[in-house]
Write a protein that binds this ligand. Structure first.
Ligand code: ADP
Ligand code: MG
Length: 250
């Protein structure tokens, strides 16, 4: 493969992805590619399929039809090793999933050690450096219940990026937070964007989407209705459904 070819391979690409639960078509043929270092934000009403799409990419949900490529590899091929795929992706969900019985640094390093086989000392050194960089260095020895919700969610993000995943999936990471704690989490996402992290995120924080997204994607009832720059989507939506959704959430 030449350098030019690798440069154009999306970090993740969904092609014709369909997912149904019972008789409910939740994803109805989604085509979406995220380029290296791009920040793509999914918006859409509750139930439009945002989480399901993210979950198919992390192989938590199997697609019924279509394919998903991670760095050019078809990860929907049934022969694929799901654990290996997941090791290449960082994920943070709405509810912080920190282990209550582990300190911050142990939470952050657990997967690096268990999944990636990084030696304990190296993992801890790397984690401490990252925590320091991201303003959480003083919290390394604390247990999760001593942290605010915003701090916990930031720790979950640090954990997700410790091993420098190819892709970071963020699903409504501020939804469970008190409003005054949302800002510090969004600041961290802004930081990650600055560091060149490739991010696909679902959010209902429209002002944040507008500010941080390179591209905004609007989903409705499992269909990708419209996508474009934040200026296009928020400033001049082309599809009536997009305008209607934005009028409702603003
Ligand atoms: P969003 O994240 O945009 O709110 P979701 O992807 O969570 O949307 O859900 C899309 C639709 O799929 C919803 O109607 C939801 O109830 C349904 N759904 C999601 N997961 C399941 C599941 N495991 N079983 C049945 N229905 C599901
Ligand atoms: Mg969701």
């Amino acid at each position: 493969m030449t350098v030019l070819e690798t440069a154009t391979i999306p970090v993740v690409e969904a092609r014709g992805v369909r997912k149904r639960f019972g008789d409910h078509d939740v994803l109805r043929g989604i085509d979406l590619a995220v380029a290296p270092h791009e920040v793509v934000v999914l918006i859409g009403a509750s139930g439009s399929g945002k989480s399901t799409l993210l979950r198919t990419m992390n192989l938590i949900e199997q697609v019924d039809d279509g394919q998903i490529f991670l760095g050019g590899d078809d990860i929907t091929d049934p022969r694929v090793d799901a654990d290996k795929v997941r090791a290449r992706i960082g994920v943070v969900f709405q509810h912080f999933n920190l282990f209550p019985h582990l300190s911050v640094i142990d939470n952050v390093t657990l997967a690096a050690r268990r999944v990636h086989g990084i030696p304990k000392d190296e993992a801890r050194a790397r984690a401490q450096k990252l925590l320091d960089t991201l303003g959480l260095g003083a919290k390394a020895a604390e247990y999760p219940d001593r942290l605010s919700g915003g701090q916990q969610q930031r720790v979950a993000i640090v954990r997700a990026i410790l091993t420098e995943p190819e892709l970071l999936l963020l699903d409504e990471i501020t939804s469970a937070l008190d409003p005054q704690l949302v800002g510090e989490v969004l600041d961290l996402v802004r930081d990650l964007k600055g560091r060149g992290t490739t991010i696909l995120m679902a959010t209902h924080e429209m002002s944040f989407a507008r500010e941080v997204a390179d591209r905004v994607v609007f989903l409705k009832d499992g269909v990708l209705v419209e996508q474009g720059t934040p200026e296009q989507i928020f400033g001049a939506p082309q599809h009536p459904a997009t305008a209607e959704f934005l009028a409702r959430v603003h």
